[in-house]
Design a protein around this ligand. Sequence first.
Ligand code: CP
Length: 319
Amino acid sequence: MISHFLSASELSKNDIEKLLFAARAFSTFMRKGENIGLLRGKTVVNMFFENSTRTRVSFELATRRLGGNVINFATSTSSVQKGETLIDTARNIEAMKPDCLVVRHSSAGSPATLARSVAVPVINAGDGFHQHPTQGLLDAFTIQEKLGQVEGKRVVILGDIAHSRVARSDIAILRKLGASVAVCGPPTLLPPSPEALGVEHSYRMEELLPSADVVIALRIQTERQNRMQIPSVQEYSKIWGLNQQRSNLLKPQAIILHPGPVNRGVELDPEVADGPRSVILDQVSNGILVRMAVLASVCSREELGQWLVEQNNFGGENA
Ligand code: CP
């Protein structure tokens, strides 16, 4: 059976912990400057039908660091522009015998549709407002790295929760690892019943910030809204933007994450985005490690298991 990687909701706590363990092992190994050939001879095709900076580049780097080949399929110069459908496009790429498709699309469910249509593993790199599972993993990895563990931590997600695939994947992964999660934003940008996602909610961040260990700020995703659901960006920033004064309500050790791209001066003031609590660029670096773990797990599962055993036997830091 082909193993796909489509949604954080499908991952068990054990799956998540294994992937984070593998990402930590890659981190240790790469610090020594050694090559990891788990994708040697394999080809990954990045099929991004929606814009991306971090995810696309880090999947490319992750593939190369595992010794694999990578092809970047650019929608703007492809035959999609001549009317070729998503499924026909994927079937034609499949006919060239790649080992994995990494898919980003603006429509929720597109990677799952492709996974049912092709006989090659599909990794979801973000689909509409639905899921961004590798972002959820890299956020969990970053929290572990900075605070030691996710279990028992209080995570507050701020902003446009309703249209955010990051929020959905973060909530699924962080709750499975034992965090308590609360969301905060204007009523129009929260899902109809946040409690159904297993999270608390408030419309005032001042109520949530003092107890937070981790704050994840989100951008307003205007590209997924039929019409602007806030009166104005200026008003949003005034009430729901995380500025220096509000971040002073946080505990001394609390950290601030953002998946990027940041709209400076809207959801985060520049001094907060660049301040000492911000781990935004660490998230970006960690994205490579986590995507290496996902690619190896999907394309070379047995070899990854064997490699991790060898690292343990040789007394690596993860032993
Ligand atoms: N976090 C994230 O998905 O960023 P990109 O859209 O730049 O890939």
